[in-house]
Design a protein around this ligand. Structure first.
Ligand code: ADP
Length: 805
């Protein structure tokens, strides 16, 4: 099969990862791979008559390398890595790209694509493709090159175009045949167009998928801007109104509002009341100011309006803040900065996984299957009928235009509503707390184990929620040691204000477990009248929870709800698919690896053996390898042995043997620190150095504590809020249950202790018994882990099997 990939409409980070993924997986699965420059415009323009594709069949095999499949070797050697770099289309395999829009590409043409923002093969808005004439030309250009399978990455406009093209295709072929432009044989051979869509859109505005390619990176850029604005705003006591992208979709504004700790947000799906929003906003903000807050951040989506659909613009908000509250107010429109830049971790992994699925969908397509859009739902890559998704997306805009805002909200995924609820509870400062006095609790917060990004954000959210409801939030500093030392103080609304963006642990954390002195722990519970405890941390926090539960019967003061919110960069807590800190950590890894890999290109070909933390869980290493395009990954789950190492050396030698002579290339190996106690990072690095000979050198890099990251990622911050509110709901529910029981039954009551987990798109609490059943206690990880299958994908994307066998 000949597969072509194009990017269309507005650019977004992650589009290059799509192109790389489609090309590589296409080749691995035996397809011929092509790219189309400049979106649909390139299809319409096609290739000029007198230009030829590179001389694919004449590529000589290298003398140094012999592999079983010479065909595959040719594809590797075919791409020389000079295609479409830096947005220039100078040459490809020594030939000018002038007049060529549909280009045959090989493996190494897409080398270095992962860390690049925007789309290197170009995108455009094509008027011609909207016309029948244009699409007729496009069909002809494709058939001329023998292509009838297309991957389109773009927004809802591009995907609609894709569907129109596919449904018209048989008619276009008949027309081309009737006019004599194509032969009978061509018409028969290309009677059916296979097409699949991937959603590249920074707004996250597509239905039937939880996340679109480019949205997470856009959120990163926005949060960076908010974090910088926060400091200047506080310095001058200023107010800032920040306009972010999103015409019919408030996803970016909402997530940025939560992650950035904004005071007020405007989103199209939940518009404020016409004529009253001014008053409501001023009330909220003046209350924040009245407790001493020095800065104000308001986030407004580009398409914001009030309940009567009258547009609300950043300048309108500025006017109200200046005139009514007398605040020194500035407007910042982020504009195109949101689109660009290096893709974050998620915008490398998601497009890669979706590209694999897209190629599979094309290979399985037949005239009866619909065109698919590749999405992600419940943390799984999905195929959904393309037109149904586009239709549903349009319905959101329609519902908004009909003022049916409830429907617009219902068409968004449940995470959207939950996050909105989270925003209200964490930004609103109540005049009077919500709950009656008898239902109010004293809730203690403690960080346990190593720091992880999002710990502080989670604590802030829970503290704000407590104050909203009327509970007393108590900080326990320095873990269980602090509890024993009475290092406990109440937290305030303003005191936690800046915690969203803070890395490390504001409460201080260590690895001491309650079993160190359980009797004393219980007596401190009693002394400080602690009615509930939230433990934020990794495996130690989980172990603490188990210990506290076991001690309930012997120590009645411990008969209170205790909840564990997983936060650890290792992502090794059983059941939950994600723990806080793991996203921040992977972003730190990706940043470090980009820099490391780049350094090789400046010197000589070099293999970097990068050591990661992660305890006995290979999550960070495996997903990091997928996101950085590493060649080899060593995990504790799979261990390391001599046979493996021998194959790895073979792979590396062959791979470097194929490289263009004289060009230095960096390649990565990622190794979990606990993958083997014998074949350590040092041993492996020396081994590759020795075996690399004249082909390549090797160096070791230990990422160590840099993996804890600096500023928590936006995803960790928004996750923190959802997990935290779920934890609080659990605490309130269980406190009510326990209060109904006679004292003695409280001791034996099971279920007041739980772990808050992310499963798919849902946040669920899981009881201790089930957690323990799912835990591999010895190795400190879950018995089953959802991501282990991706190691195979890492190997597929570097053609390991083809090169080693
Ligand atoms: P996005 O894909 O980001 O939503 P656009 O709406 O601009 O961006 O669409 C990108 C391109 O897709 C358009 O320039 C046009 O070439 C093509 N396209 C969009 N809608 C259609 C349509 N109804 N029929 C044919 N082509 C279309």
């Amino acid at each position: 099969m000949k597969i072509a990939v194009l990017t269309s409409g507005g650019d977004s980070a992650g589009m290059n990862a799509v192109v790389r993924g489609v090309v590589r997986i296409g080749i691995v699965k035996g397809c011929e791979t092509w790219v189309v420059r400049e979106g649909y415009e390139g299809l319409v323009r096609g290739n000029e008559e007198n230009v030829q594709q590179p001389p694919y069949d004449n590529i000589p095999a290298s003398k140094d390398v012999t592999i079983a499949d010479p065909g595959f070797l040719k594809t590797l050697r075919f791409g020389d890595g000079t295609l479409l770099r830096d947005g220039t289309f100078d040459h490809h395999y020594g030939r000018s790209l002038k007049g060529r829009y549909i280009i045959r590409v090989g493996w190494d043409d897409v080398r270095g694509y992962l860390p690049q923002g925007g789309t290197l093969i170009g995108t455009a808005r094509s008027k011609a493709f909207r016309t029948h004439e244009g699409r007729l030309k496009a069909a002809f250009n494709m058939i001329k090159e023998g292509i009838d399978a297309l991957v389109v990455c773009g927004g809802d406009g591009s995907l609609t175009g894709a569907d129109v093209f596919r449904s018209e295709w048989p008619g276009l072929v008949a027309e081309l045949h009737a006019s004599g432009k194509i032969t009978e044989a061509q018409a028969t051979q290309h009677g059916h167009l296979k097409i699949v869509g991937l959603v590249g859109s920074i707004d996250n505005d597509m239905s039937m998928t939880d996340l679109t390619i480019g949205a997470p990176t856009a959120l990163h850029r926005i949060c960076e801007a908010i974090d910088s604005i926060n400091s200047t705003a506080a310095s001058h006591k200023r107010a800032f109104v920040l306009e972010v992208m999103g015409r019919h979709c408030g996803w970016l504004a909402l997530m940025a509002g939560v992650a950035g700790g904004a005071d007020f947000i405007f989103i199209p799906e939940r518009p404020p009341e016409a004529g009253r929003w001014q008053e409501k906003m001023c009330e909220a903000i003046s209350r924040h100011r009245s407790v001493g807050k020095r800065k104000t951040i308001v986030i407004i989506a580009e398409g914001a309006h009030d309940s009567s659909l009258a547009p609300i613009k950043a300048d309108d908000v500025k006017e109200v803040l200046s005139e009514t509250l007398g605040l020194d107010t500035r407007v910042t429109t982020l504009g195109h900065t949101q689109r660009g830049g290096r893709p974050c971790y998620y915008d490398r992994v998601l497009p890669t996984l979706q590209a694999v699925e897209a190629v599979d969908a094309l290979l399985e397509a037949n005239p009866d299957t619909p065109s698919y859009m590749i999405g992600i739902s419940e943390n799984k890559i999905t195929r959904v009928p393309l037109m149904e998704a586009v239709e549903l997306t349009r319905n959101v805009a329609k519902a908004i235009s009909e003022k049916d805002f409830a429907k617009a909200m219902s068409l968004r995924d449940p995470e959207f509503a939950e996050t909105l609820d989270g925003f209200f509870h964490t930004s609103w400062l109540m005049k009077e707390p919500y709950l009656p006095i008898q239902k109010r609790l004293r809730v203690a917060f403690m960080h346990v184990g190593a720091p992880a990004g999002g710990m502080n954000a989670a604590t802030r959210a829970a503290v704000r929620y407590c104050l909203y409801q009327g509970h007393t939030p108590l900080a326990v500093y320095n873990g269980f040691n602090g509890l024993l030392d009475d290092n406990i103080t109440p937290l305030t609304w303003l005191g936690v204000d800046n915690w969203m963006a803070r890395g490390g642990s504001e409460l201080g954390t260590n690895r001491t477990l309650p079993s160190t002195n359980i009797g004393q722990v219980a007596s401190k519970f009693q002394e400080h009248d602690i009615n509930a405890l939230m433990l934020i941390g990794g495996f130690e926090a989980f172990t603490s929870l188990v210990e506290l539960e076991e001690a309930r019967e012997a120590y009645p003061p411990l008969c209170v709800p205790v909840v564990h919110l997983p936060a650890t960069i290792s992502n090794n807590v059983p059941v939950t698919e994600y723990s806080l800190g793991s996203d921040t950590s992977l972003n730190a890894l990706v940043d470090a690896c980009d820099a490391i890999k780049q350094s090789a290109a400046a010197s000589r070909s070099r293999v970097f053996v990068v050591e990661t933390q992660g305890g006995r869980c290979g999550y960070i290493a495996t997903m990091g390898a997928l996101a950085t395009g590493a060649c080899i990954v060593y995990t504790p789950e799979d261990g390391t042995n001599l046979d493996m190492l021998r194959q790895d050396v073979k792979y590396m030698r062959r791979r470097y043997g194929i490289d263009k002579k004289g060009k230095a290339e960096g390649r990565l190996i990622i190794r979990s620190e606990a993958a083997s106690s014998v074949y350590t990072t040092e041993v492996i690095t020396k081994m590759f150095k020795e075996e690399g000979g004249a082909l390549f050198d090797s160096r070791m890099v230990s990422l160590g504590h840099t993996l804890q990251g600096n500023i928590p990622s936006p995803i960790d911050r928004t996750r923190a809020v959802r997990l935290s509110l779920k934890s609080m709901h659990f605490i309130e529910e269980q406190a009510e249950q326990l209060a109904k029981l006679p004292w003695k039954q409280r001791w034996t009551h099971k279920g007041a202790d739980a772990v808050i987990t992310i499963q798919g798109t849902k946040v669920k609490w899981v009881g201790v018994k089930e957690m323990v059943e799912q835990a591999d206690i010895k190795n400190r990880r879950g018995k089953t882990q959802w991501w282990t299958k991706y190691k195979q994908m890492v190997e597929m994307l570097v053609a390991r099997e083809q090169l080693v066998n």
